[in-house]
Design a protein around this ligand. Sequence first.
Ligand SMILES: Cc1cc2nc3c(=O)[nH]c(=O)nc-3n(C[C@H](O)[C@H](O)[C@H](O)COP(=O)(O)O)c2cc1C
Length: 212
Amino acid sequence: MIIVAPVYYLGQQTTLKLINDRMLSIQNDSEEYFKNKQCVIVVPHTIKDWEGYAREATMHFARFLGLKVTGTLVVNKTLPGDVLDEDSLTKIKKLTKSLVDNSTVDFSDPTLAYCPDCDSSLLQIQRNGRWRCIMCGSVGKWQVKDGEFFMNGTSEVERFSCEGMKEHGHVLTEVKEEYIRRRKAVAANQELYKEFDYWIKLQTRAKTLDCN
Ligand SMILES: Cc1cc2nc3c(=O)[nH]c(=O)nc-3n(C[C@H](O)[C@H](O)[C@H](O)COP(=O)(O)O)c2cc1C
């Protein structure tokens, strides 16, 4: 499988999020839906250094579907045909070939630190010498030795395994059941706020935004 989705406002293209947001119905059928089907990802974007978290979000979109991500490529290209330059074509060919021979392609940036478990570059660097991957939940320690950044440690958390998916679905189902158990108390709480009118109504015509 090949997923290609552009960067919108530093993030994941919305159609993918829409699918993810309806994932529970797929998971309820079977958490093994696409299990281990190989997938490569291409994320085009336009503004240099404005790729945001689209790579990570798209990667995890695939993982929530149970796909096995074996290559990601972020390209600073926009218009149709822009990716036909030699460098992009070579990389894209590598990705497609990897789907044929079941291999993994590594386009990681050697100057960055990645999560050893899920390959995300979105790491929380904590002041107490620890790090946490906000995508897969792995944790560990970091240190700087001779001017070089080192990380170690991984975790047992496997959000994208069948067990992890099951757990996610289970928690959400519990929340629904909790709501059903407490719905009268919840409704009584809502009742307390019904008389307030929170809507902000325009008194005058809105002024044009002044960005200066
Ligand atoms: C609403 C919108 C937001 C965008 N935000 C970003 C952005 O944050 N960073 C970036 O590099 N490119 C951004 N772009 C550029 C797109 O990544 C680029 O135009 C892409 O090729 C659009 O693909 P599409 O034509 O399939 O929508 C944005 C484009 C649109 C339309």
